[in-house]
Design a protein around this ligand. Sequence first.
Ligand code: ADP
Length: 626
Amino acid sequence: METKQFKAESKRLLDLMINSIYTNKEIFLRELISNASDAIDKLYYQSLTDNNLNLYRDDLQIKLSINKENRTLTIEDNGCGMDKHELEANLGTIAKSGSYAFKNQNEKKEDIDIIGQFGVGFYSAFMVSKKIEVVSKKVGAEKAYIWVSCGADGYTIEETDKKDVGTKITLYIKDNSEEENYDEYLEDYKIQEIVKKYSDYIRYPIKMEVTRKELKEGSKDEYEDKKEVETLNSMIPLWKKKKQDITEEEYNSFYIDKFIDYEPPAKVIHSNIEGGINYSMLLYIPSHLPYDYYTKEYEKGLQLYSNGVLIMDKCPDLLPDYFGFVKGLIDSPDLSLNISREMLQHDRQLKTIAKNIEKKIKSELESMLKNDRENYEKFFNIFGTQIKFGCYNDFGMNKDNLKDLILFYSSTTKNLTTLKEYVSRMKEDQEKIYYACGETIDKIDMLPQVQGVKEKGYEILYLTENIDEFVLKVLMEYDKKTFANVSSDNLDIESKEEKEQLKKINEENKDLFSFMKEEIKDVQEVRFTHKLKEHPVCLSSEGEISTEMEKVLNSMPNNQNVKATMVLEINENHEIAQKLKDLYLNDKEELKKCSKILYNGARLIEGLNIENPTEFSNLICELIAK
Ligand code: ADP
């Protein structure tokens, strides 16, 4: 018989499982039971449309049995089964879901975390087994097959006999080692305990023959073994239990299993709503961005149940796009079982539920922001961009809903802050909310304009994400305060006298400026400023489009070559100002070159490209050589 090799990535995972030093090995049973339950689900759904399948719902079950002599534990289901090809495809390669999570992790320690938290499906059984046999007969097929593997060396598949449709997995439990007591997995009590812990909510009965000691009939002190088949799980869906009866571990384990993640969620939202429409919601905010979140493959949505029976796996209408990262489910006895996807979209009850879900998520986030700032900031660092997009999209339709959930970095607190907090700290004479844009906090902090405004004692919000400034544009104002980019030309932080004085100086030098402007055609204006403290120059923007927005808009695929209207501002208090005036009188050729250097330098400060870097560098070298 031919022994086939596992695919390379599966082999690595297998090695890990077999040699695992992971302590929580018992989760293998959760994985196998969950697979069995899925297989029964599949068969059950098929039976709803296929009249040839005579299925009795009451017969559907998962059977466990222990054989101590042979050291085996079997898990048997009467689900859909697998044919030869499926055995090969499903058990010869690691599951898609698992492999993704797995690929992203390289460190040994993280590998172990993955096993623990995610389980990586079927293969986790190798943590406790020296050999695994899978006998399966697919629904509608004549032949059954047996898949056998002792781990890394590969596997074999052969035809075999099996009467009923379904899958029977036999685990040959490892022998005890110094570190590990594998015998436990051959004990009734241990298996009962594991099932209760991780698989209690499974919808089909998990049955096992349990041995109990009972008093012999007619005897007072003599016991005998009584065997009885027991159902180990309560079959009550987790979300239907009372909140106080559910442990954090149960919530997390359910999430990891159901929504395929390898890390516990950041937040669980569970409530039962009674009223016009009755329903339960169990929602999870993941603790990291789903790996495929920004791909086309990612589908937002919640599972939809009608009285414990799944009617849709991902109902997108239940979540607004900006909360698309939320996972979870809704269960309502008021929803009809055979409602179609199309009808659902127009369902009034569903719309009401969706509204409530949105409100609930929002209020949970608000209370997290208020009472658990540290975790809110963690959340925001991961999903903040979504909230910002939610604010911006649809022409700002949801902005009022979301504006208080947004955080920006503050120059004053050196931390994340809300707009509300910013406004509460505003100086008495301050009319605008100041902000500055750039690639990183550090780079923004170095901007000449920023230093000037900070010097005057004003707080500045540092915007580092592309979307940020667009969000402020859409908000237009917060608490009647408008926003001002410190790089815009109308900052209004000078006093009336200061402004008058500057106006006069600029008037006196207007010939110098128009000469300079001739050399650097891209700017609308050249002028002196007093806002720069010790820095010599900066580029400011005039009007709606800032230099930052120019960068973002032009990096988009349908780039329309947007240009910010720019002003070159020169620090009148810097020695360079006098030098320019002198050059204008005595050496206009030299002034042309200096204008170019100043302008291109200012572009670099703003993080903009310069058109002719070679010329720029040559001009500087010429200066150095003088
Ligand atoms: P996952 O469950 O995450 O897909 P597994 O490695 O646990 O990964 O299982 C791989 C695949 O094998 C499953 O998706 C399923 O198609 C198939 N499978 C596993 N167990 C069974 C079973 N008991 N009955 C039918 N198919 C099964």
